[in-house]
Design a binder for this molecule. Structure first.
Ligand code: C2O
Ligand code: CU
Ligand code: CU
Length: 544
């Protein structure tokens, strides 16, 4: 066995205990935020984020049919590679009935088109940027070489944008001197870029989204998100619900301004120069409209049969605790069959299922016992008022259902043991100061693309101990991980399987274990509260 030692990650050096506690402990927002003391000072607030209220009347729930994002057709399949093209462009859509909303889209829809791929068959996506600002695409959960992983400074510049290569920090206005970050390793292109994904990974639901430094949160909010599904024969042979009984559900909250546009508290609504959000929203932007696949509180006509729901929380900051309840108040089990990174070893039944931003859950819910004509509502136990509802299924007909949920789902789950780890690292995720403003910090430091925070050796197994002040969904690029412990004890039922995002609750710690394999290069780990991510809560992992 290799060297085995415990080290504090290098980021923490020089940061005293008093600073960490003093800044992070009370959320750190009162100094700049002027939030009500009771909410901001609460050591374990129930919600991390502030609701932005819509200025248009909101539609009643369960009227709009659930849209299913179109599956993108490849432009070619020659040479063993599936090639796709997506144009990022602004379109005006009708999200709320009768309301016109300009959005930034992948291919003119929200969500963007779904890419369906086969394990081991490479995919190349040519993205063309017709938006007014730089963009960069990241395939979340993809096992992707660094050059195609969507590093936040690897920008695709629009036609009319100054050539900023190697002085790539877009947020140069309004942040004062000293904040002009440069990234000598940035690889920028103009108008288009090819992203190549080997798809050498377990079948699962991935999603692609914008990852531009400092501006990821408003870009996703405006619509830059889509689904990407990886399949293989082994999964297909299990007999799980499929075809029309397999539904991807991208859940995202939004708010609408009086003119129908999406409301967002950007300091610079052009998203050109100054990053950041107005003070009350520093902990995260929550909308008061719940969209599923881009429709507000939709309804889906369903058979009285088992359904496979592939749920993604694409919200910037909102957490959900999902529950399926029928008209008689009976709760249906959410039978989890998969996590972020694919199938579990065996199904796990949940009454309620918490889902943090960027997490995915693959669940089977059985409508066979629900009388025809009745509804099953998917509710959010963490919401209040309208945000308590998510969507509904209206059971339309009795059918024969040959689908099944086998007791053994997958046998290929990595089972790293603590003794496999050559290193243990600690990282804190806390509020703090960044360039004189409020920031969200990892081990006391805001993101700097030019700094190498963590260096790991390709193939090494490591244990990472993560600790949070408020809610922080922590995401690692490239690798899936297992949750070893949570709060010093056993992981929770929904921590099962292979994850790429783990939801830390206020004041909580968790240990994760992974093997850094796949590719060498520069990757990221960060908080997936998108506002936190934009306000510094990212760090680099160099795999050598
Ligand atoms: Cu959804 Cu850096 O990731
Ligand atoms: Cu990612
Ligand atoms: Cu966070």
């Amino acid at each position: 066995m290799g060297e085995r030692h415990v080290e504090r990650s290098g980021l923490a050096r020089g940061l005293g205990r008093r600073q960490v506690l003093g800044i992070g402990g009370a959320l750190g927002l009162t100094a700049v935020g002027g939030l009500a003391a009771s909410a901001a000072l609460s050591r374990h607030p129930a919600v991390t984020g502030t609701v932005l209220h819509s200025a248009v009347p909101l539609p009643p729930a369960f009227q709009v049919p659930l849209p299913l994002p179109a599956v993108l057709a490849p432009v070619s399949r020659t040479g063993g590679v599936d090639r796709y093209e997506i144009t990022q462009r602004e379109v005006t859509m009708e999200i709320l009935p009768g309301v016109r909303t300009p959005m930034w889209t992948y291919g003119g829809t929200f969500p963007g088109p779904t890419i369906e791929s086969r394990r081991g068959r490479p995919v190349t996506v040519t993205h063309r940027n017709d938006l007014p600002v730089p963009t960069v695409v990241h395939l979340h959960g993809g096992r992707t070489p660094a050059a195609s992983d969507g590093y936040p400074t690897d920008l695709v510049l629009p036609r009319s944008w100054p050539d900023t290569a190697h002085g790539t920090h877009a947020g140069h206005g309004g942040n004062g001197p000293g904040h002009a970050m440069r990234d000598p390793r940035a690889v920028q292109t103009r108008r288009t870029r090819d992203y190549t994904f080997p798809m050498d990974q377990r079948p699962t639901l991935l999603w692609y989204h914008d990852h531009r430094m400092d501006f990821t949160a408003p870009a996703i909010w405006r619509g830059l998100a889509g689904l990407h599904i990886v399949r293989d024969g082994a999964e297909e042979s299990l007999g799980l619900p499929s075809g029309p009984r397999e539904l991807p559900l991208m859940i995202a909250d939004r708010a609408f301004a009086a003119d129908g546009s999406l409301a967002y508290p950007s300091l610079d609504p052009s998203l050109r120069d100054r990053p950041g959000v107005r003070e009350p929203y520093l902990a995260g932007v929550l909308g008061d409209v719940i969209l599923v696949n881009g429709a507000p509180w939709p309804v889906h006509e369903a058979d009285a049969a088992k359904y496979r729901l592939r749920i993604l929380n694409a919200s910037n900051a909102r957490h959900y605790e999902l529950e399926a309840v029928d008209d008689d108040g009976r709760r249906l089990d959410l039978v989890q069959i998969g996590a972020d990174q694919g199938l579990l070893a065996a199904p796990v039944a949940h009454g309620r299922l918490p889902i943090a931003p960027a997490e995915r859950y693959d669940v089977v819910v059985d409508f066979s016992g629900v009388p025809v004509g009745n509804r099953v509502r998917l509710v959010n136990r963490l919401g209040s008022g309208r945000t308590r509802e998510v969507m509904a299924f209206r059971i339309a007909r009795k059918v024969t259902d040959h689908s099944r949920v086998p007791a053994t789902l997958a046998k290929d789950l990595p089972n790293w043991r603590r003794s496999d780890a050559v290193r243990v690292r600690d990282f804190s995720f806390r509020a703090g100061r960044m360039h004189g403003d409020h920031g969200w910090l990892i081990d006391g430091l805001p993101f700097d693309p030019a700094r190498s925070d963590v260096t790991v050796r390709l193939g090494d197994v490591e244990v990472w101990r993560l600790v949070a002040d408020v809610h922080h969904p922590v995401h690692l690029h490239l690798v899936g991980f297992r949750v070893l412990t949570r709060g010093g004890g056993s992981p929770l039922a929904h921590d099962a399987g292979l994850k790429d995002t783990v939801s830390l609750r206020p004041g909580e710690s968790a240990e994760i274990i992974t093997r850094f394999d796949g590719y060498r290069g520069r990757y990221l780990f960060h908080c997936h509260n998108a506002e936190h991510e934009d306000m510094g809560m990212m760090a680099n992992v160099e795999i050598t």
